[in-house]
Design a protein around this ligand. Structure first.
Ligand SMILES: C[S@@+](CC[C@H](N)C(=O)[O-])C[C@H]1O[C@@H](n2cnc3c(N)ncnc32)[C@H](O)[C@@H]1O
Length: 188
């Protein structure tokens, strides 16, 4: 259950300089006209950042009604009309159109059936679309490791490749997170 305090906290964490949000966004090479789905959008920090560039639709997808209400209210207050909130269920979601980019930051470790979720993503990803995954990496004794809030980078890659993607680029500028950009393999 996410209250607005927790959602604001998520946004502060996402916006913090140490988490390099501006470098993340630059790495994604976002262009006007792209359709983006921010999966597990939380407080929507990245959803709102994407909405400044794309012009077209940005989908905030989350299993939390509270998170979606928070994002919708903020969009109304700020008179932003290209953000659409989509309620996900545990193993997937529906979008009204296909997207150019799926973005999952600190969400992959929440997925109880990542194989099924990735097939759902593929269903709504354009043939030349991209999938960006950022997730925590265990680094010594920490909250992240203690509560299993991470998936090792090799395991993310193995799982996503098995679903019919290949690594396009791996970024190493985030100290305690993996950041991998995937594209679909041609044969799938
Ligand atoms: C740690 S927060 C990350 C929020 C945001 N991506 C960020 O970087 O600030 C994880 C989010 O994933 C959402 N979530 C968990 N399981 C999900 C699922 N199966 N589909 C979509 N969202 C999910 C949670 O409700 C929560 O908002």
């Amino acid at each position: 259950m996410f209250g607005s305090l927790r959602l604001k906290m998520l946004n502060r964490e996402a916006a913090s300089g140490k988490n390099k949000p501006e470098v993340i966004i630059k790495s994604l090479d976002i262009k006007n006209g792209m359709i983006i789905a921010d999966i597990g959008a939380g407080g929507g920090y990245f959803t709102f950042e994407f909405s400044k560039t794309v012009g077209e639709n940005v989908y905030a997808v989350d299993t939390s009604q509270n998170a979606l209400a928070f994002i919708s209210n903020k969009s109304k207050e700020e008179m932003i009309n290209n953000i659409k909130a989509i309620l996900a269920y545990e193993n997937g979601f529906m979008l009204p159109e296909t997207a150019d980019l799926f973005f999952l930051r600190n969400v992959f470790h929440h997925l109880s059936n990542s194989d099924e979720y990735l097939q759902n993503i593929k269903r709504f990803l354009k043939r030349d679309g991209k999938l960006a995954i950022i997730d925590h990496q265990k680094n010594g004794f920490s909250f992240i490791g203690l509560f299993d809030h991470f998936v090792p980078e090799e395991m993310i890659i193995e799982t996503v490749e098995k679903a019919g993607f290949r690594v396009l680029e791996k970024f190493d500028f985030l100290p305690n997170q993996a950041f991998i950009l995937f594209e679909q393999t041609k044969s799938v």
